[in-house]
Write a new protein. Sequence first.
Length: 264
Amino acid sequence: MWKPSDLRRGREPRGLEHPVERDPNAPIIKLRGIEKSYKSGFGRTYVLRRVNVDIKPGEFVTIMGPSGAGKSTLLSIMGMLDGSWEGEYYFLDYPVHDLNSKERNRLNREFIGFVFQSYHLIDSMTVYENLDVPLSYRNIKRSQRKSMVADTLDRFNIVGKKDLYPSQLSGGQQQLVGVARAVIGNPKVLLADEPTGNLHTAQGLEIMELFKRLNEEEGTTIIQVTHSEANAEFGDRIINLVDGWVVDEDPYRPDAAPPEGADA
């Protein structure tokens, strides 16, 4: 039986090494009763309330809701960037809620890619070096890393920009590099937080079409946070958040409310 210590020793459960052994219809992400809060005066302010969500392999899911609804917080929990929450989280059958920070970081590096609104490229590194960074944190030989970076440069049509620095790229080009960096390690899940928020319409459309190809042609599971209804149309379904609650109603309707019987 797999134990959390297996991650510290560099071992992975058999089901992760051989995904065919897993039920293909089983959720890749399963959240049960997830809550996030912080102390506020004499009480607590909740950012997320009793969130139950299943994400199946190969889905393209959009998280939407008003500002302050908890969208980015939920994405951070899914990506294991935020470890301060309550509830149960299963990722590829790993009980994330029972893992320590090192074990979560290992899962993060091995299986999850991130695309950020502000690109988060390293200014002092070239495009080539930025792509190599996530691979350097994994147990990959240098020769293999060179091959993976070269393949990714060609795949994203940015070979001619490999020696340029982020400041020499347009916003759309920087985000393209950001997506390339996120997928270079072939993650099972790609998380995107307002990926087109800093781009003009044509650049944003290019990024969303790229996401759609990654999802349809390569089977990458994608979860995006966005305010854009146009971006949401690229996905399969929408998870609506209002005041930290997952709701069925359209969150932009004035009469939208938390689930019946929910605490304020």
